[in-house]
Design a protein around this ligand. Structure first.
Ligand SMILES: [Fe+2]
Length: 304
């Protein structure tokens, strides 16, 4: 008797039936069905981790390197979120929370306010390690979460979340619907840009020169070296007014990166961002990327 071969589905980026079904049900927050990871998924993690390790040692800031140690990640297996959280939660109260994919802007920032980090559970294909159409668990757990073990950095993320609430309060007081949408679009764009140029692609000046703390760089084998070494990259001390008005493109190495002095410095910039938000300075930032979609706007207007 012949049997139909059931191919192991795995939890591969853009190829996972489990994720597709969750998305069809409109389910944003999910569990991590660990048994679904295929051997290829674990192989992708092993390859990604082993080739990043020497680059982290060379280019990453000290808080990240300490964080990697504190999380006790297994170099050979995709991490279990529950286990990561066991090490993470006692340090800063943060925890990784499994999601099915894109999270609208307000919900994302609100998670940060609650010390939850929306975490993708799929992983890129093992034969296309440099191709990343969307965030994956390597970006989220190996790139972001080690930073969440640092108290100052964790407080900065919480402040981002508080800014989103301040923004929602502010725009709810704007009576004219057209003006409300215009201002909200601009505010979300400004926040997304600031997040991009710090949390995702930030550099920090330290005792041993320039180091990386941005998670987009910390999870990219090619770009982490490019960010520090390439002579053509523009690296400037961060200016808030510049970052919030600066468009960026996501599908290329970043030609412009901003440098902070410390996480205290970064925290003070988020404070300043909230001050500018209240003063109305974010209501008309320069147009351009990133786009702000309908779901992002709705999430702020509904606060959820
Ligand atoms: Fe990210």
């Amino acid at each position: 008797m012949s049997r139909t071969t059931v191919l192991e589905p795995g939890l591969t980026t853009s190829e996972s039936p489990f994720i597709e079904q969750a998305q069809q049900r409109g389910q944003l927050y999910i569990s991590q069905p660990y048994e679904l990871y295929s051997d290829e998924n674990h192989e992708a993690w092993r390859k990604l981790y082993s080739r990043m390790l020497p680059r982290w040692e060379r280019y990453a800031n000290e808080h990240f390197l300490e964080g990697i140690g504190k999380l006790c990640l297994d170099p050979n297996r995709v991490p279990k979120l529950d286990e990561v959280n066991k090490f993470l939660r006692p340090l800063t109260g943060f925890q990784a929370k499994a999601v099915s994919g894109y999270i609208p802007a307000f919900l994302f920032f609100d998670c940060l306010r609650n010390r939850e980090f929306p975490t993708t559970i799929t992983i890129r294909r093992s034969d296309k390690l440099d191709y990343l159409p969307e965030p994956d668990i390597f970006h989220d757990i190996a790139g972001h979460v080690p930073m969440h073990t640092d108290k100052h950095f964790a407080e900065t993320l919480v402040r981002f979340g508080e800014c989103a609430h301040t923004a929602a309060d502010l725009v709810s007081g704007i009576r004219d619907p057209e003006t409300r949408i215009h201002c909200l679009t601009s505010i979300i764009r400004a926040m997304a840009r600031f997040f991009w140029f710090t949390i995702e692609f930030g550099l920090m000046r330290g005792r041993d020169g320039l180091k990386v703390y941005g998670s987009g760089l910390l999870s990219s084998h090619g770009e982490i070296a490019h960010a520090i070494e390439a002579p053509e990259v523009q690296r400037y001390p961060i200016q808030l007014e510049w970052a919030i008005n600066q468009a960026f493109e996501i599908d290329r190495y970043q030609p412009l990166l901003f440098v902070v002095d410390s996480f205290d410095h970064l925290f003070s910039l988020v404070d300043q961002l909230e001050g500018w938000l209240k003063a109305g300075k974010l209501n008309n930032v320069a147009p351009g990327e990133p786009g702000v979609n309908e779901e992002d706007l709705k999430s702020f207007l509904r606060r959820g």
